[in-house]
Design a protein around this ligand. Structure first.
Ligand code: FES
Length: 139
């Protein structure tokens, strides 16, 4: 789709080179890690909740991975502030694809969804609904 998709490609590169909310969060309420076992790329997400214990105040991340996985984490970190853990857990794959704004080949879909899966598992674990040491894109 011509210019539209070029714009999104540039956005992905920009978020990859200058990731937003990159770094550890000292006062995180919880954190969670994930990995794409196909490539070994990793992501760790830090979530700070408001006093209500369910609304996200701030998200940061550290990671080592491809442009799509890291840009997804950066874009997602900007979206999650103000959302509740329930809303995060209800997100769908299309939501992250909409954020990325480009067609992602089947090979790269796992790159794209890693951050969302880590956020969702982290939220479920924190709320006591899941037991898991590490998220992988295989599940
Ligand atoms: Fe590893 Fe994309 S190639 S997450």
């Amino acid at each position: 789709m011509g210019m539209g998709s070029d714009m999104y490609r540039q956005q992905i590169l920009d978020h990859y080179k200058n990731p937003r909310n990159y770094g550890e969060l000292e006062d995180a309420t919880f954190e969670h890690v994930g990995e794409n076992p196909m490539c070994g790329d990793t992501l760790k997400l830090f979530v700070k909740l408001e006093d209500d214990d369910e609304t996200i105040q701030h998200v940061s991340f550290i990671g080592d991975g491809c442009a799509i996985s890291q840009a997804s984490a950066s874009l997602l970190s900007q979206e999650l502030g103000g959302m509740t853990l329930e809303e995060v857990r209800a997100m769908e794959r299309d939501d992250i694809m909409d954020l990325l704004g480009v067609e992602v080949s089947p090979m790269r879909i796992k790159c794209a969804v890693l951050a969302e899966k880590v956020a969702q598992d982290g939220a479920a674990i924190y709320q006591g609904d899941k037991e898991l040491d590490e998220t992988t894109t295989e599940d």
